[in-house]
Design a protein around this ligand. Structure first.
Ligand code: HEM
Length: 442
């Protein structure tokens, strides 16, 4: 018989307050009980919270048909249109995934990796003069946007559209306020003139770039989509998202997640000089005095472990949210309310002492092959799980790796030792204080 879910806190307005104040940490705190799943009441709906890996697996894999994307997704859809990220499960999404996947396949991936290396090497031109102060977060965001837009469009979006990063940041923050409101409010943001102006700017920039990239002969995402559309393999009776919506979806899914991961890699390397030393040793061993090439990237096991450990402590997608379908009242052997939301507290799972030894410490070694025997399955899921898992995991890892490989042995990125990041909850994790940094030659 299905069990009853324990209620964490009956004060629904207080729960709403905490959830809105701190969507990054509150769900993890709530989930840290002995129950695999707990319930928090909100004024207008029920929310379940879990940091249990089996329960998350059930939600995203074995019982995934009982769920749909949440209201937050509706909000995103209004803004970025129908695309691979915002579509509900079903035949449209299956067809769309088939259309997109080849772009990330191994054969074309080497071209992407070469692009990343090229962007990394050329990016030195954007470094500030040595020893002068700069904001590391801005620099790395710029790199991420440049290398993503080179791979997705075959050109750099920030050249012609200098406000792109700031406006995207601000739009994501506004969306987030509504995403985590958990009240069934109509989406007001698009009608605010300032918000509209920024969104129009982003849309215009993307349309402009797509126009140029469709007329260039480089391997790029927009070109790939057009090509697959022309190949007539698509079932025309199903919904085929426009190339613009698809590109926008890809950008929303990729840019903020990768840039915060990249920023945190450098923050953590600064705080852990012994880890940086090992990174440098590996780079010297694998690359030495040669120019960095794609084949080197595959051999950087320790550098990879550093990125994975960063994603464990600071998962950019710190919560995943799903909605229980209207006809469902049982899940994971528990009674559940139809239409309730469930928050999968990934950050909580990644820091849960039940599964991780010294969970709050930065220990990349735990991800090295010979030590990668975790005591439980699915305890590390920064890229999600199941059929809706991230398509760009390797893309993101390689973007960060390329920068590390090109610069970690050449420059020091010095952040003051007392710097502490302050996070703000956009749909993915975001940092709200700038990171002062001086770049120095080794
Ligand atoms: C560190 C960087 C990244 C992280 C942590 C991350 C995380 C995730 C997660 C957790 C999901 C699942 C969302 C859900 O189940 O609701 C997801 C989906 C997705 N990601 Fe990523 N992502 C990253 C980078 C990227 C990049 C670089 C791209 C593309 C170039 C990308 C493309 C996508 C797409 C298209 C989906 C939707 C897949 C689907 O619904 O079928 N992501 N990502």
């Amino acid at each position: 018989m299905a069990k009853k879910i324990e209620i964490y806190n009956k004060n629904s307005w207080l729960n709403l307050f905490h959830l809105k104040q701190n969507p990054i940490e509150y769900p993890s705190k709530v989930a840290l009980s002995n129950n695999p799943i707990v319930s928090i009441k909100l004024p207008h709906n029920h929310v379940y919270v879990t940091d249990n890996p089996d329960c998350m697996h059930a939600c995203l894999v074995s019982e995934s048909t009982k769920f749909m994307k949440s209201e937050g997704n509706q909000i995103l859809k209004t803004l970025v249109g129908h695309g691979i990220f915002t579509m509900e499960d079903g035949p449209d999404w299956v067809q769309d995934k088939k259309r997109i996947m080849p772009f990330f396949h191994k054969e074309s991936f080497n071209t992407i990796l070469n692009n990343f290396l090229k962007t990394s090497i050329e990016f030195e031109n954007y470094f500030p003069p040595l020893q002068s102060k700069c904001n590391l977060d801005l620099l790395l965001k710029k790199y991420t946007l440049q290398s993503s837009s080179q791979a997705l469009f075959g050109m750099d979006i920030s050249k012609d559209y200098p406000y792109f990063i700031n406006y995207l940041d601000s739009i994501m923050f506004t969306i987030n306020q509504q995403y985590y409101s958990f009240l069934k409010l109509p989406l007001k943001a698009p009608f605010y003139p300032k918000f509209r102006k920024k969104l129009d700017y982003i849309n215009y920039a993307i349309q402009d770039l797509m126009h140029d990239s469709l007329h260039s002969d480089r391997t790029n995402f927009a070109y790939h989509l057009l090509n697959s559309q022309n190949q007539n393999q698509l079932n025309q009776s199903l919904y085929i998202p426009s190339i613009k919506d698809e590109v926008m979806n890809m950008l929303i899914a990729s840019f903020k997640t990768t840039s915060i991961a990249h920023i945190m890699v450098w923050v953590l390397l600064n705080k852990h000089p012994q880890v940086l030393k090992r990174v440098i040793q590996e780079l010297e061993q694998v690359i030495g005095k040669e120019n960095v090439e794609v084949q080197h990237l595959y051999r950087l096991k320790y550098c990879r472990a550093v990125i994975l450990e960063t994603l464990r402590l600071y998962p950019p997608a710190y919560n995943l949210v799903r909605k229980i379908k209207p006809n469902i009242n049982e899940f994971f052997n528990y009674e559940v309310e139809p239409n309730a939301l469930i928050i999968l507290a990934i950050r909580g799972l990644h820091r849960n002492p039940k599964y991780w030894h010294k969970p709050l410490e930065f220990i990349p070694e735990r991800f090295l092959d010979n030590e990668k025997k975790f005591n439980h399955e699915h305890i590390f899921i920064p890229f999600g799980l199941g059929q809706r898992t991230c398509l760009g995991a390797e893309f993101a890892m390689s973007q960060i790796l390329a920068f590390l490989a090109v610069y970690a042995t050449k420059y020091q990125f010095n952040i003051p030792p007392n710097f502490t990041p302050v996070f703000k909850p956009t749909i993915s994790l975001n940092i709200s204080n700038s990171i002062p940094c001086k770049i120095q030659l080794f």
